[in-house]
Write a protein that binds this ligand. Structure first.
Ligand code: SIN
Length: 495
């Protein structure tokens, strides 16, 4: 295999599982493929149930000691890991860009976004505050303390191989949980590089374990994690279908689950919107990671009175987007695999066959078989697949509306409820529409809503729980109520 990664620090390329502070080889291996070229980047350990159980045991052995450390010690290690990511930004970006397909600028952006979760939660590690409750009982103190849930499993997706890992390990490590992480089979190298950095900065053995596996092994690893009585929590980011399956499996041992699942984001452009801001926001909300994000604008609802003007400006902006692989100044990379290409082709064909008009793009480009052109469809209607399904590709489907209540009804007509976007200059409308949208996140006059400081998560079938922000440690702790009786001064012999 040629060394395609060509890292400044080649020792960041790890291909074995990381268990109990040791790199653990397996006989079975699977290939990680560059989606831009189809070339093999590396052969990675294909773990099974037995290897996963070793990782669970290691995480269990390490957990009490880790939780017993001073919050400041956990904070210092988290900050060191975040700093190590910033220090190795170029190499991490290269690993992300080659295994995921992100162009250079976007891959660097992901490293910074990802490291930001670690430095944010390094600070939150010192603020896992509880409460002292005015006591309803005589001579009794009543307290609520927050304690680490314990051993936790995390399963992360390929679309943000670094950021979805750090958004979970940041709060987990901050409060004292230990982790068995299973990264997506398409992008395990980023997770392994983060594990390598955690080892270098001094995380104790067993605190962070990474179990890699192929698509065929994923259900076996998932079953070992979800059926374990030792694992007390599962945090998953990925498709709604797999999320429901994992939640069902977790029910047998009554695990805590945090799920960040699929979206179907509406982006509403009202007649009073600043159209330049609306177009810039649409580009940002749609084309990040070639449309492969859960918060990507999926249905563009535009007031009929400004639809022509908005569409014309949107076409001009889309014409400026460059398509290319990691080593380029492009904004749009390849889709992750050929299955994704076929799915997006079907969505476009379905829309056109039901009356939508294709005004830009529509298929793959000469850049390669997985590089899908930025695509604009007008005349989309709610029964088309591009409205009912998560597109997860660079396709904008435009639908015209006449009244605010019609736009809200279309926007809420889905089981998903992750992100929504609105563009208007009217503050009362911005407020009232934001409150009526059944979504966990609403961007008003912006298409960029992600950051370590904000609570990320959805309602309805888009998930359970929130990640990031000062709320982000809540999902990793249990609240323990302690009633301490016998506190009357007469019961104190020293009084
Ligand atoms: C996702 O697509 O799941 C996450 C996107 C983000 O963090 O902004």
């Amino acid at each position: 295999m040629r060394n395609l990664l060509n890292l400044n620090d080649p020792t960041l390329l790890r291909t074995d599982a990381y268990i109990d502070g040791r790199w653990t080889a397996t006989d079975a291996r699977f290939a990680v493929i560059d989606p831009a070229t189809g070339e093999d980047l590396a052969d990675v350990a294909d773990c099974d149930a037995a290897t996963t159980n070793l990782a669970i045991s290691a995480a269990h052995a390490a957990q009490r000691g880790w939780a017993a450390r001073l919050p400041l010690e956990r904070s210092t290690l988290l900050r060191a890991l975040g700093d190590a990511m910033f220090d190795n930004e170029a190499d991490l970006a290269r690993i992300i860009g080659l295994e995921n397909g992100k162009p250079f600028a976007e891959a660097v952006g992901e490293v910074r976004y990802a490291a930001g979760f670690l430095t944010w939660f390094a600070e939150e590690a010192r603020r896992t505050n509880g409460s002292i409750i005015p006591s309803p009982f005589a001579d009794t103190a009543v307290l609520a303390v927050r304690e680490a849930i314990g051993v936790a499993a995390i399963i992360t997706p390929w679309n943000f191989p670094a950021a979805m890992m750090t958004r979970k390990i940041g709060p987990a490590f901050a409060v004292g949980c230990t982790i068995i992480a299973k990264p997506a089979e398409q992008t395990p190298l980023t997770a392994l590089a983060i594990a390598e950095l955690s080892d270098r900065v001094g995380f104790p053995a067993g605190v962070f374990n990474v179990v890699t596996g192929s698509a065929e092994s994923a259900p076996v690893i998932g079953e070992a994690l979800t059926s374990s009585r030792t694992v007390r929590k599962l945090s998953f980011t990925g498709s709604t279908v797999i999320g429901k399956l994992l939640a069902t499996q977790c029910a047998a041992t009554v695990k805590r689950v945090t799920l960040e699942l699929g979206g179907n984001a509406p982006l509403i452009v009202f007649d009073d919107a600043d159209l330049d801001a609306a177009v810039a926001g649409t580009i940002a909300a749609k084309f990040r990671n070639a449309g492969q994000t859960c918060v990507a604008a999926n249905r563009i609802l535009v007031h009929h009175s400004i639809a022509d003007d908005y569409t014309e400006r949107l076409c001009a902006a889309v014409d400026q987007l460059k398509i290319g692989a990691f080593d380029s100044d492009a904004q749009i990379g390849p889709l992750i695999d050929d299955v994704s290409v076929t799915r997006v082709q079907h969505l476009v064909a379905d829309a056109v066959s039901h009356g939508a008009t294709l005004v830009r793009g529509g298929d793959v480009t000469e850049a390669g078989s997985q590089f899908f052109a930025p695509t604009i469809l007008t005349g989309a209607i709610p029964t088309m697949s591009c409205h009912t399904d998560e597109i997860f590709g660079p396709v904008l489907a435009l639908t015209e509306f006449s009244t605010t209540s019609e736009a809200i009804a279309i926007a809420n007509n889905t089981d998903a409820g992750l992100a929504a976007y609105i563009f208007t200059r009217d503050h009362a409308r911005a407020w009232n529409v934001s409150r009526q949208l059944e979504y966990g996140i609403v961007g008003v006059n912006t298409g960029a809503i992600s950051a370590p400081e904000v609570p990320f998560g959805g309602v309805k079938q888009s998930g359970i729980g929130r990640e990031g922000s000062h709320f982000g440690t809540y999902d990793w702790t249990e609240l323990k109520y302690i009633a301490m009786a016998g506190l009357h001064p007469e019961q104190d012999p020293t009084q």
